[in-house]
Design a protein around this ligand. Structure first.
Ligand SMILES: Nc1ncnc2c1ncn2[C@@H]1O[C@H](COP(=O)(O)OP(=O)(O)OP(=O)(O)O)[C@@H](O)[C@H]1O
Ligand SMILES: [Mg+2]
Length: 362
């Protein structure tokens, strides 16, 4: 079976440890702070946090997970949250409800299997009252510490500011509960947590996870995965996978996975063929991406970035026939907002390494 994996489900066997980041985030949690982990899409936030959950388990720290993307309404949030807490406390749902939400039990229905909760509030007011009780139930009745992961936190805006306000009050009431928020749209995450007017302003420490995978571990992971599935790969082919994927978690898995499927004995030219195939499959999408920028300078600036020549200098303006530094700044802003490019250690990179290869080629 292909040892490489691309998908939503966390697979421990295909996980490359980000030890340093795990240590740092763990430190933040242990100092009783909330943390917001952000990075562009597919940078490995969910996998990082799923692994962190396992680390917490070994330290006997409880955790639970809520995904805001698939949680559509506040009522659904309340139902899911309570279900998750009851699982964390290893309590039967009905017993849990009787113990923690006895005043509102008539507004909930539990399925016959006792696994699913549905909240049918009698009034709008009851929603907010129950939301607060839900968020603080754990605190009021338990001395154990719990870490609550809220994935796709940028989706929280759909719940409205009142939701965020209640969450803030709950956070302030709790000393043994820590939140780990995961978000992919930097601008929205900034808005929720770091703009003064927002209820959740400064309620979490930000941690930028737009970091590439560690070099040695990634290389070893690729080599070992081929070895253990009895396939041969030359060291120059491993180098090629690294060159094309740039240590970006998603692309390490994607390219390796294609290469694994391609042949039993891999040389670097095979990696090149697989990458070319992936690029042709995405060509239409890549072209659209450039066209939708609506700027005649978009491609030049992307090319500048991909060749490591990005600057606002006069020489560069002449070379690329760009009118002014302001024209560059405008395109850069747009590219950053769309997360087509990201800034790592003060330098711009094209986020998707396949798109970068495409840009270099045209
Ligand atoms: N540490 C890792 N080691 C190996 N592969 C990884 C790692 N992290 C992520 N991946 C790969 O990248 C893919 C995307 O990771 P993940 O779903 O965690 O990203 P994400 O940042 O949560 O994305 P999204 O913003 O879309 O939710 C995974 O399916 C997996 O193939
Ligand atoms: Mg995710």
């Amino acid at each position: 079976m292909n040892p490489f994996y691309v998908g939503r489900e966390f697979k421990r066997d295909a996980f490359i440890d980000r030890e340093e980041e795990t240590k740092e985030v763990l430190k933040i949690i242990k100092s009783s702070n909330n943390v917001v982990l952000y990075a562009p899409r597919r940078f490995g936030k969910t996998w990082f946090a799923k692994n962190l959950e396992e680390v917490l388990k070994t330290e006997k720290i409880n955790s639970m997970w809520i995904d805001m993307f698939s949680t559509v309404t506040v009522k659904q949030f309340i139902s899911r949250f309570n279900q998750e807490v009851s699982l964390t406390l290893k309590m039967n749902l009905l017993d849990y409800m009787k113990k923690y939400l006895s005043d509102h039990i008539a507004s909930f229905s539990i399925n016959i299997a006792g696994t699913n909760l549905e909240f049918k509030p009698s009034s709008e007011e009851e929603i907010w009252e129950v939301l607060f009780k839900t968020l603080t139930a754990f605190q009021s009745k338990s001395n154990e510490k719990i870490v609550i992961f809220i994935d796709e936190v940028q989706e929280m805006v759909k719940m409205g500011e009142k939701f965020e306000g209640i969450l803030r009050t709950a956070i302030q009431h709790q000393s043994n509960v820590n939140y780990v928020f995961l978000g992919s749209r930097k601008s929205v995450v900034e808005e929720i947590f770091f703009q003064k007017a927002h209820p959740l302003f400064k309620s979490a420490i930000k941690y930028d996870l737009s970091r590439y995978l560690p070099e040695i571990e990634t290389r070893n992971f690729i080599i070992k995965s081929f070895e253990k599935t009895n396939k041969k790969i030359s060291s120059s082919a491993v180098d090629s996978i690294i060159t094309f994927s740039k240590f970006h978690p998603f692309y390490v898995q994607l390219i390796s996975s294609q290469v694994w499927d391609y042949k039993d004995k891999i040389e670097s030219k095979d990696v090149e063929s697989c990458v070319s195939n992936l690029i042709s499959q995405n060509e239409y999408f890549f072209q659209n991406l450039i066209e939708n920028m609506n700027s005649k300078y978009a491609l030049s600036i992307l090319k500048m970035i991909s060749s490591g020549e990005f600057s606002y200098s006069a020489d560069n303006l002449i070379k690329w026939e760009i009118r002014s530094p302001a024209s560059i700044a405008k395109v850069i802003k747009n590219l950053e907002e769309k997360e087509i490019i990201i800034k790592v250690d003060g330098k711009y990179f094209i986020e998707d390494p396949l798109f970068e290869t495409f840009v270099k080629k045209i």
